[in-house]
Design a binder for this molecule. Structure first.
Ligand SMILES: C[S@@+](CC[C@H](N)C(=O)[O-])C[C@H]1O[C@@H](n2cnc3c(N)ncnc32)[C@H](O)[C@@H]1O
Length: 272
């Protein structure tokens, strides 16, 4: 069994109601995230009619907010039926239509979509990359390449960066961390194996009771392969993508500094 199969299934499918609460919380920053994404789109001439696919789209906060800004050819794929169902529900509450939401596994992208079907393939907030192993990640990047049009872009936004995370850990930022989501809370503890470059994160979910105390609900273990920028470039280039640029912040589009931010990376499809 590949590394991601078990925890991906656990967190996003079996216990989707727990992660859905986190996704719902991320909607608070969706408009801001989309504003910075649009800044990046403008820099590379990605227009409102570009055919955009978000891989691991969750419950649609990015695509629905892009649609609200007038983007027309939007598609999203996610392995979790519950998240896609919620994305479709949210489409109508946000008064947008015409986003194609699919339940599916990115590892079979080339079976779900045709060649030349998208101009932009987008991954936001550590979606997919690092969930499985480097061989699978490379295959996924190649499948993205197969369904992408000539001169298309592959974008990784706000994606886990090994150098940034190891820097934080060396500064003593190792947790456990407590995150308050209003009516529930998560205690998170991460171990990092420098040799394999996998993190093991344990999330303990708690319900917040009226008297302020916490009642344990469930736990999930996440195993994520962390990459440094040069490793992502190497994998993507071997799958047919040419590295164009990387940024520290999408608000400023300033120079990427390896130890100071997640990965915000732009690739362009190489000619055959
Ligand atoms: C961290 S969430 C990000 C959601 C969304 N991109 C956002 O920014 O709100 C990662 C998403 O990837 C999805 N995912 C994980 N493995 C997948 C796979 N093999 N194929 C498709 N989606 C997958 C999960 O169900 C989850 O919704």
């Amino acid at each position: 069994m590949e590394k991601g199969d078990s925890w991906v299934n656990d967190l996003f499918i079996e216990k989707s109601d727990l992660f859905l609460r986190i996704l719902d919380n991320m909607w608070d920053r969706a408009e801001r995230d989309v504003d910075s994404l649009v800044r990046l789109f403008k820099k590379y001439g990605i227009s409102k009619s570009s055919r955009i696919l978000e891989i691991g789209c969750g419950n649609g906060r990015i695509l629905i907010n892009l649609a609200k800004k007038g983007f027309k050819n939007l598609s999203g794929i996610d392995i979790s039926p519950a998240f896609i169902e919620d994305a479709k529900r949210k489409m109508s509450t946000h008064n947008v239509s015409d986003i194609n939401f699919y339940v599916g596994d990115v590892r079979t992208l080339d079976k779900l979509f045709k060649e030349d079907e998208f101009d932009v393939i987008l991954s936001v907030w550590t979606s997919i990359l690092g969930y499985y192993d480097s061989k699978t990640d490379k295959e996924i990047l190649y499948k993205c390449w197969k369904i992408a049009s000539e001169d298309s872009y592959l974008l990784f936004v706000n994606t886990a960066n090994r150098d940034f995370i190891t820097n934080l850990r060396s500064l003593g930022c190792r947790g456990p961390f407590y995150s308050d989501y209003g009516d529930f809370a998560i205690i998170e503890k991460t171990d990092f194996d420098y040799v394999s470059s996998y993190t093991s994160t344990r999330w303990l979910f708690y319900e917040k009771l009226e008297d302020g105390s916490l009642k344990f609900i469930d736990k999930v273990e996440i195993k994520l392969r962390l990459y440094s920028i040069h490793e992502v470039i190497e994998m993507a280039e071997s799958a047919g993508w040419s590295f164009i640029d990387a940024f520290r912040s999408l608000d400023m589009l300033d120079t990427f500094l390896p130890t100071l931010s997640p990965l915000n990376m732009v690739f362009k499809k190489m000619k055959k």
